[in-house]
Every structure is written in C-alpha cells, then in structure tokens.
Design a protein around this ligand. Structure first.
Ligand SMILES: NC(=O)c1ccc[n+]([C@@H]2O[C@H](COP(=O)([O-])OP(=O)(O)OC[C@H]3O[C@@H](n4cnc5c(N)ncnc54)[C@H](O)[C@@H]3O)[C@@H](O)[C@H]2O)c1
Length: 259
C-alpha cells in the first residue's frame, strides 16, 4: 500500500497495537507521529517517526503536540485514536460494578473516550482549516458491543467510542473527513496467546491484524467506508450462546432465546 505523502498521528503508539499500526503506516511510506505517556519509542533517525510524550487527556498538551507534528511533518491526514487504559495498565483492575472505585471509572472514561474526543476535535479542526479532508480511526473493542463481567468502565468507554464515531462522521463529512472505528477482539502478539480466545474459530488476532485494517481504511480501498465500525474479532461479537436449560409450560426444554 503506497501511503507516501501521508502524515499520521497514532495515540498510544508506544507499544502493542499502536506500535504495530505506526510500523505498518511507515512501511507504506507514511510519516508518523506518536503520542504516548510511556513513550518507549525513540524518534527514528531517518525522520519518519516522531515520538512525543503527550497525555491525550491534556488538551493543552495535545495542542502543543499537534503544533510539533505540523512543524515537523505538516498537517496530519490521519489520526488513529488508540491510546487507552487497558488490562496491561498496572493500575487497572477488572472489578465488579459493586466494587468499582469511582476514580478508576473516571480515569478509564477520561483516557479512552474523552482523550479520543480531544484528539479528534483538535486534529479535525486543523484538517478542516487545511481543506484537504482526512481520516480518523478510533480503536474500539468487541467489549463495546458485547461486554464481559468486571469491565463496566472499559466496555462503556468503548461503546461510547462507537457513538462518537457515528457523530464525528456525520458532522465532519462536509469537511471531507471520514471517521471509522476498528473494534478488535482478543489480540496478542503471535506466540503470546493465553487461554481460549472466545472467538468463532478459536483463534487470536495479532497487532498486525489491527494495523492491516487501519492501512486498508487509509488506502484507496477504504475510500467509500465512512461512519463504520469494523468488527475485527473473528466473530466474537456474534458468538452463539447456549439457550437456558429450563422447561417452559409446553414442556419444551432449552429452545428459548436467552435475552
Ligand atoms: N489487546 C487487546 O486484546 C485489545 C482488544 C480490543 C481492543 N484493544 C484496544 O486496542 C488499543 C491498544 O491496545 P493495546 O493492547 O496495544 O494496549 P496497551 O495497554 O499495550 O497500549 C496502550 C498504550 O496507550 C498509552 N496510553 C495510556 N494512557 C495514555 C494517555 N493518557 N495518553 C497517551 N497515551 C496513553 C500507554 O502508555 C500504552 O503505550 C486500545 O484502545 C485497546 O482498548 C485491545
């Protein structure tokens, strides 16, 4: 995929899926800026990668970071909202609703949803002013449509990202800015899968699978895709559940839909 000429901004691109997205975009010839608070990445000597220590929840830091991106590469044509508090965050714990501390709820919503809004708003303002259109890709999750126990904070943030995707797509279309989401299921680097995947064929996705979806959306094949949530989950979101084992008044066992 020829992405030369594209300037991309990937939030949370210091590791994991975001780092794979940044690599795939650079492999296509794009110049890539990364906002991350951990930022283990170093800006590349060939100048294709700019790594910045920017917290996506800090509006002033995002604005200053975008200034730095524009000064180095020019106006961004692609924003990937990938930064999130995830299970790999040392301060995050999956907790039942009755035990979920308000501080954890607020932090997850702040980073995963409000951070995406801040970056989208500020990047879209610049895209609109530049008048060349653009693309925003929000990295959601299968949890945004099919939650698991103990993830009320995370799942709600990802569900909100779906609606944010729809709202942004509708409002930014007049500026030629497309907005889509990619919603991965269980992802692990090849060889690092742990336990059953809970997907239709039982496989795990890789960070490169998510990166390939972003590259597709950024390339010519994605031209007509807008306001869409691409479930990248090997069908985990449509997995059939067994009906409840109970007898109804007609003496029929287990043929009802568990809603
Ligand atoms: N790994 C999975 O199985 C999976 C599944 C579905 C969706 N996702 C989504 O994919 C994305 C990436 O997941 P991952 O597994 O690579 O996560 P990760 O935890 O490995 O990486 C997240 C990155 O975001 C950064 N970050 C956190 N808070 C930030 C902030 N306030 N400002 C800037 N950067 C910040 C972290 O430093 C980290 O580098 C997330 O949006 C996640 O919700 C992951």
């Amino acid at each position: 995929m020829d992405l030369s000429g594209l300037v991309a901004l990937v939030t949370g691109g210091g590791q994991g899926i975001g780092a794979a997205i940044a690599s795939a975009l650079m492999a296509g010839g794009a110049r890539v800026a990364v906002f991350d608070v951990a930022a283990p990445l170093a800006s590349s000597p060939d100048g294709a990668l700019l790594a910045l220590d920017v917290d996506v929840t800090d509006e002033a830091a995002v604005s200053a970071g975008l200034d730095a991106v524009v000064a180095r590469f020019g106006e961004p044509g692609l924003l990937v909202n990938n930064a999130a508090v995830t299970a790999s965050d040392p301060d995050w714990r999956g907790r039942p609703v009755l035990e979920l501390p308000l501080a954890q709820w607020r932090r997850v919503l702040d980073v995963n949803l409000t951070g995406a809004f801040i970056c989208a708003q500020q990047t879209a303002r610049r895209m609109a002013a530049a008048g060349r259109g653009g693309l925003i890709v929000n990295i959601g999750s299968v949890q945004g449509v099919r939650p698991t126990r103990g993830s009320a904070d995370y799942a709600t943030s990802k569900a909100g990202l779906v609606m944010l995707t729809h709202c942004l797509a509708g409002e930014l279309a007049p500026h030629g800015i497309r907005v889509n989401a990619v919603a991965p299921g269980p992802i692990a680097p090849a060889g690092a899968e742990s336990g059953p995947s809970g997907t239709l064929t039982g496989t795990w996705g890789t960070p490169e699978d998510v990166a390939a979806a972003v590259v597709y959306l950024a390339g010519p094949g994605g031209r007509f895709v807008n306001g869409h949530v691409l479930m990248l989950d090997d069908g985990a979101s449509v997995l059939l559940r067994d009906p409840p084992a109970r007898s109804d008044s007609f003496g029929v066992t287990g043929d009802t839909i568990d809603s």
